[in-house]
Design a binder for this molecule. Structure first.
Ligand code: SIN
Length: 329
């Protein structure tokens, strides 16, 4: 960049940051800013500001500060918040078919997952959410989930027997833990730390980013890298808000979301390794946490026990949809 262009770019930035925003988008989420979703939300806010020359300001409310689980979608309906990115399980009562994503071991790997999300099945599910009066934007990623406990190491399905596990509000997750003799309890994300600390529940299932950024490592003694399920998000917008939003500014907001989706997914891919390193460091330094990996035989035992629940959900989720996912190569 020439000196002249640099000066012009700096001046544009100064002018745009000095302009008071004409429109505000309130974005609510329940996790730490330091997760892929949190970073993606902040990136989106920054890009909307840049692309609209400061006309639109996105205010991000992380950590359930504004709305927690179960409140976000109502807030969008009422127009009190404008964008949320709930995890798939939180769509259960709105679009029960979204529980497809909760089925244990449904995705072979990230490549399979993205082909499903960005393909026919992902579109079918977005259309169902749209039909319920939301603008369905993009799918974001948190990662594969792992089992943790403060009772004992969970290496085989029978180790989960009798343990109380926190789950999100999903019938699939309930059935998954019941299938291995566990006792599932629905709790909002904001209450998980204290529930683990006070023994209201013994264990949980989380991707590494949520596990570490919410300090669950401090209140769990054993973490098993089980990769048994998946946690992801659908970014949704308030339909009433979007209808009233100026047409000339819509393309910039959509462009910012497109870029944020790429960024968020890259963060999620990077994040798993970083988080595992930090968790291992904590485990070594504190001596309070053991991290376990599964042998192929142990993994197969989990798969067998948990996949047994699929037929229970053929009607709810749609057997055809499940088969479509399995057929994606
Ligand atoms: C989230 O990542 O948005 C929270 C997931 C959970 O409730 O476990």
């Amino acid at each position: 960049m020439t000196k002249f262009l640099k000066v012009m770019a700096a001046a544009t930035l100064l002018v745009s940051s000095a302009i008071a925003a004409e429109y505000t988008i309130k974005l609510t989420h329940v996790v730490s800013p330091n997760t892929p979703k949190g970073k993606g939300a902040d990136f989106f806010a920054k890009r909307v500001g840049e692309l609209t020359g400061g006309k639109v300001e996105v205010i991000v409310f992380p950590n359930s500060q504004l709305y927690g689980d179960g409140e976000e979608m109502k807030a969008l309906k009422l127009g009190n918040a404008h964008i949320a990115m709930p995890s798939f399980s939180k769509f259960t009562s709105l679009v029960p078919e979204m529980q497809l994503f909760d089925l244990p071991f449904i995705f072979r790997d990230k490549d399979h997952l993205y082909k499903v999300l960005d393909g026919e099945v992902g579109q079918i599910l977005k259309d169902k959410v749209t039909a319920k009066g939301f603008v369905a934007l993009d799918y974001w990623d948190a990662g594969f989930k792992h089992l943790s406990s403060n009772k004992k190491a969970i290496l085989l399905p029978e180790d989960a027997a009798g343990q109380k596990f926190r789950i999100m509000s999903s019938h699939v997750l309930e059935a998954q833990f019941k299938a291995v003799g566990g006792n599932p309890q629905v709790l909002p994300f904001s209450e998980v730390y204290s529930a683990l600390q006070q023994g209201v529940v013994d264990g949980a299932e989380n991707p590494l980013s949520n596990f570490y950024t919410k300090k669950f490592n401090e209140v769990q003694t054993d973490l098993t890298l089980s990769n048994h399920g998946y946690l992801g998000y659908l970014v949704i917008m308030s339909e009433s808000f979007w209808k009233k939003f100026p047409n000339d500014l819509k393309p910039m907001v959509l462009q910012a979301m497109k870029e944020a989706t790429v960024f968020e997914r890259e963060e999620a891919a990077r994040d798993d390794d970083d988080m595992l390193a930090k968790i291992n460091e904590y485990a070594k330094a504190s001596g309070n946490l053991k991290v376990h990996t599964l042998t192929p035989e142990q993994k197969a035992a989990w798969q067998k026990a948990m996949e047994a629940i699929y037929p229970q959900f053929y009607k709810v989720v749609g057997e055809d949809l499940i088969k479509k996912v399995q057929a994606v190569k």
